[in-house]
Design a protein around this ligand. Structure first.
Ligand SMILES: *[C@@H]1O[C@H](CO)[C@@H](O)[C@H](O)[C@H]1NC(C)=O
Ligand SMILES: *[C@@H]1O[C@H](CO)[C@@H](O)[C@H](O)[C@H]1NC(C)=O
Ligand SMILES: *[C@@H]1O[C@H](CO)[C@@H](O)[C@H](O)[C@H]1NC(C)=O
Length: 437
């Protein structure tokens, strides 16, 4: 399980009934291609019965208890894998080979906003990558109260013919562009089977570093921070960590969350059959990461549903922010939220409908609390209502209250200075950004 050190602020500790949220912790991840293509199609050079082997892998998942596991090629032996694994949160399979993507996540963390995306490009130049709809998955995992990381699992096109490399570069770019749209401002982890190596320059595996600002945990911890220029392949099982596999782990923090990889290891020696044979043709990779919430910016939990387009004010907040004007619009539901900071920075999200209302705050008055109420519209969940309360007890509301509400309160001595979430004509999903007063 994730170790979460509870750092109580003096103020919170004196309020016996207020449980302080964890502000730092550590977790582990595992990336593993489980070689689950039907054995008549591909033995994956793994001896033994694939169903038995899948059950053994699941037993190890339970025993070693990694906090977030991404599997690839989890096709036709999926039920055996899940039968012996005991992680509390797991994705439902998208199907066997030819139907599903083989991508699943097994986690100690719950998540929101899970989605599966197919590759726009595939190549049968070598192998049969177009046989099954491979691609990537996205989920926003809840590491702790107000602590989220966007996790991406992927399985890119295989092979080294030029058609393969073109397809693979397109796959990796598709994930990078998705991150730019759907994870703006957020902490991100991308791990799985990239089928790429740094020496396969046409693949553009550096796209995650260049376009998304992600760090490769292998390069950081086992390669002195320098991308490999010579291909050093791994044995299986690998007894050393300084060789490179096509399975990779990338990550970044955010302005509200520091993330740092502290440990990298090929776990192959811990994933063997009773007689010592391997369970997969890939070396599984574990990475440990430490996290801590920001000292100048943090965030609340989310309310509403995963519809509309992602937005995030986090990267646009100036130093020493303070809300001076709140402006909302609502009617039957919540149409829009906005605020103007003391330095003139303006944020505005949602549509143009509804009745506009606003509240101007005094020079020593802070926006400290917000209640959101959600409901269903056209069978999709969105925010129907907001009630803002300031440190002086003034309030501003918009929309129509429902029976499904949540109150977000800035930590003691902090205030609300911005928003993140998903919007369209209305406020589909919303969270608040906190800064010290
Ligand atoms: C990795 O993190 C897990 C979960 O916090 C912990 O149990 C384990 O001891 C860590 N391993 C190392 C080598 O730091
Ligand atoms: C281990 O057992 C499997 C399944 O019975 C078998 O196929 C494989 O050859 C064995 N490996 C060794 C090293 O004996
Ligand atoms: C490689 O990545 C860079 C940086 O994002 C991008 O500009 C370039 O178009 C990519 N090349 C290919 C072939 O995808």
């Amino acid at each position: 399980m994730a170790v979460q050190s509870l750092l109580f602020s003096l103020a919170a500790a004196t309020l016996a009934s207020t449980a302080a949220a964890a502000t730092s912790g550590e977790f582990s991840i595992l990336a593993m291609n489980v070689a689950g293509l039907p054995s008549i199609l591909n033995s994956n050079d793994v001896p033994g019965d694939k169903a038995t082997n899948a059950g053994t892998i699941g037993t190890y998942f339970s025993e070693y208890d990694y906090d977030m596991i991404h599997v690839q090629e989890d096709f036709n032996y999926h039920a055996y894998l899940y039968a012996t694994d005991d992680h509390p949160y797991r994705t439902a399979t998208s199907g066997g080979a030819a139907i599903g993507s083989g991508l699943n996540s097994l986690s100690n963390f719950d998540w929101i906003d899970f989605s599966r995306t197919k590759w726009a490009t595939c190549s049968d130049a070598s192998g049969a990558d177009c046989l099954t709809p491979k691609g990537f998955t996205f989920m926003r995992a809840i590491i702790s109260d107000g602590v989220y990381i966007d996790f991406y699992n992927l399985h890119a096109d295989a092979g080294t013919e030029s058609g393969d490399e073109t397809a693979r570069a397109a796959n990796l770019l598709q994930v990078a562009e998705y991150i730019d749209t759907w994870s703006t401002g957020n902490a991100v982890m991308v791990f799985g089977d990239t089928n790429s190596r740094y020496t396969r320059s046409l693949d553009n595996i550096t796209v995650f570093e260049i376009e998304n600002g992600l760090t490769d945990a292998f390069v950081q911890l086992e390669h002195s921070g320098v991308n490999p220029t010579v291909e050093v392949d791994c044995d299986n099982p690998s007894l050393v960590n300084n060789c490179e596999t096509v399975d990779k782990v990338f990550y970044r923090g955010s302005k509200a969350l520091t993330l740092d990889a502290t440990y990298f290891n090929y776990e192959s020696s811990k994933f063997l059959q009773a007689n010592g044979s391997v369970l997969s043709d890939h070396n599984p990779i574990t990475v440990n990461l430490t996290w801590s919430v920001g000292t100048t910016l943090r965030q609340s939990g989310f309310w509403g549903g995963p519809h509309g387009t992602w937005f995030n004010d986090l990267d646009s907040i100036p130093a020493s922010p303070k809300a001076s004007v709140l402006s909302f619009s609502g009617g039957s539901r919540l149409d829009a939220v906005g605020l103007t900071l003391a330095d003139g920075t303006t944020f505005s999200h949602g549509g143009t409908g509804g009745t506009a209302v606003s509240l101007t705050l005094g020079s020593s008055e802070y926006w400290t609390e917000a209640e959101l109420c959600q409901g269903k519209y056209s069978s999709e969940t969105r925010n129907f209502y907001i009630l803002a309360t300031t440190s002086a007890g003034n309030t501003l509301s918009a929309g129509t209250s429902t029976s499904d509400c949540s109150t977000f309160t800035a930590p003691t001595g902090w205030q609300i200075v911005g928003f993140m979430g998903q919007d369209g004509d209305e406020m589909d999903q919303l969270a608040f950004i906190y800064a010290p007063q």
